[in-house]
Design a protein around this ligand. Sequence first.
Ligand code: 2P0
Length: 334
Amino acid sequence: MKGLNPMEEGLARAHINIALVKYWGKRDPRLNLPMNGSISVTLDHYFVTASVAMEPRRQEDRLWVNGAQASPQETQRVSKFFQRLKEYAGVSGGIVARTTANVPMASGLASSSAVFAALTKAFSLSLGLPWSSSELSRLARLGSGSASRSIHGGFVEWVKGIRNDGEDSYAVPLATMDSWPSLAFVVVQVAAGPKAVSSREGMQRVVQTSPLYPGWLASVDHDLTRVRDAIYRQDLSLLGSVAESNALKMHATALAAVPPLVYWTGATVSVIRRVQEMRAAGIEAYVTIDAGPHPVVLVEHHQAADLAYALSTIPDVVEVVTTQPGPGVEAVSA
Ligand code: 2P0
């Protein structure tokens, strides 16, 4: 096994993605192999920058998040992930990693998707390894399933694969970030603390206890087909209506879990209702929500400002950000 070269620091940036057809349930929790395929869009506004440097004289890994030393739990999760990257790369030794993000961590705004995508790329850069995007995607998946999708920009599909070793479970690009310039995403952050139940725990509970989960699995392939079609045709009515119903269906499986999982706050429901009212009044807008309380609204770019303003007046809405599809993971210079 090679020792680590102390000289190189890898620096990479990855953007969060929001799923339009959700990753919900794992057939293998160790390898993060999903029960179903998923489709997402990588967003421009929120991103994570990660640096990775080797520390050959140490054995343990160290992690800094937004300038502060990470908690033992966070460090352990990232260290386990690095262990698998080191095994894959055939190297040993300690690592010091730093991440900085402009996205609230563990709030349900998909920060882990960008964190593990950025760490994977930064790791490869620190060792000068020319990993392909499918390799990066497969490896990022081991840190967090949704990170497999943040390797690519624009519209992305994570193909679930059929193998038990996960070699065929990685994300592929469907359409580039500039392929649909009239489409905007309004990210609505509502007042809420850190999540009580992580999406990792939540989806396992749903798979094991929700009587609605079989209905989810039986219907998701049809959602994937329609969303792929909507992206190719740039059909917002189709994309939005399938994305909205897919998100509500995912939350329905969570509500039916034992014990139940309610990810929403009152403000989440108010945003859903307001979007539905605006749609009835002629603004084509559709909502999606990850395993958390914050809605993301799909809308035509020229109507985004009016919609964002209307949503910002709802009590307990703390921030409204309008963004567009963004790039995949990339190296950055210091
Ligand atoms: C998604 N979510 O497709 C779905 C929708 C949440 C709801 O991917 O256990 O943090 O690390 O693989 O990737 C969030 O789950 O879960 C997620 P792990 P992850 O975006």
